[in-house]
Design a protein around this ligand. Sequence first.
Ligand SMILES: *Cc1c(COP(=O)(O)O)cnc(C)c1O
Length: 408
Amino acid sequence: MEDNGQTYSGFSSLAIHAGHTQDPNYAHLTPVYASSTFVYDDAEQGMRRFSGKEEGYIYSRWGNPTFSEAERKIAAMESFGVTDENGNPLQLKAYLQSSGMAAISTLLFSTLDTGDAVLSHYSLYGGTQEHMNTILPAKGVQSLIADLRDLNIAEEAIKNNPAIKMIYLETPANPTIQCVDIEALTKLGKQYGKMVACDNTFATPYLQQPFKYGVDFVVHSTTKFLNGHGTAIGGIFMGKDLAFMKGRAYVTYKALGGSGNPFDAFLLVNGMKTLELRMERHCANAEKVAAFLDGHPAVSSINYNGLPTHPDYAVAKKQMRHPGAMMSFELKGGLQGGIDFMNKLKFCTRTVSLGTCDTLLCHPASMTHYSVPREQREQFGITDGLIRMSVGMENIADILNDLDQALK
Ligand SMILES: *Cc1c(COP(=O)(O)O)cnc(C)c1O
């Protein structure tokens, strides 16, 4: 990967250095550009900026130097070692947003119009599901859901619905850790002339690079592993069709108004520098936690795509560097078993979200999905005794000891 003429031989060098530009005041780290607006030397320069004849910042909802560093760094990580159709390094354009949902909303609003349809897997992040179920239909966009782990079902759905304009993937998906085959589904989508987008939040570009398989767009909630410390909500929307990204996507980004803020961008930039180190530790710990839970007498099943018994083990192995740090498991004690387990935790943290230094556990049936009727949530694999876990970077003995005492 080349960045300002610099080539990087590995991911950590890239994560630390890529996207950085020399600050005019020679600050070592790119500062928090806490300025809503940017000034012009004269009226003519203002004119050149507004007409796009001269590059430069105008107004922070439209772009800001601290956002730019985060955008360039994530784009560099997602395209590391990836080439375009002509064999040249893949070029991406990215927009930092105030949340993962803002990024997803900008993607969907800039690509789908009345009469179009989007096809997605039935296991998606809750907010994305809600957007697809409520916001898109009101806009006259149909949201179709199929089990995309079965390529025949995917192809049937695409054939039967010519209105489908985009295939939207999320892998691994929340909270079942189901994986879909990015390469096969992108190939299928392209065969039928569809756009393909992928939410890469759970994996991060260190574990998985969807652009390698030809997807058009990648979105992230940077709130999770990319930031890595739970200090800020954020998202990113990026694409490889530069004319589209600088055209309709930019107009939509500016008009929806979901751009990020400079301080959160600063936290994100610095958090991402340790992505490789953090993911290595998260993933190594997750493997040990899975081995501990697998076959534990209080646990009836475990969803972790690093176990050969997980139905998506082969797909995960093919497209991910490591199986990731997310898992869920089913307690034999059902709803009350889940509540008792959560109450007994002493070391691990009881909360939603994922991707922070500490180990986070949540019980969807009593927390995130409390208001969803049981029959409905069970369709998505959210059963009474299901626990979702984001494995942290603590010493493994402390994580295992806490799980051990809480499972008794
Ligand atoms: C958290 C999350 C989102 C939404 O991101 P926010 O930053 O909370 O808006 C989208 N997709 C996935 C997979 C997530 O985990």
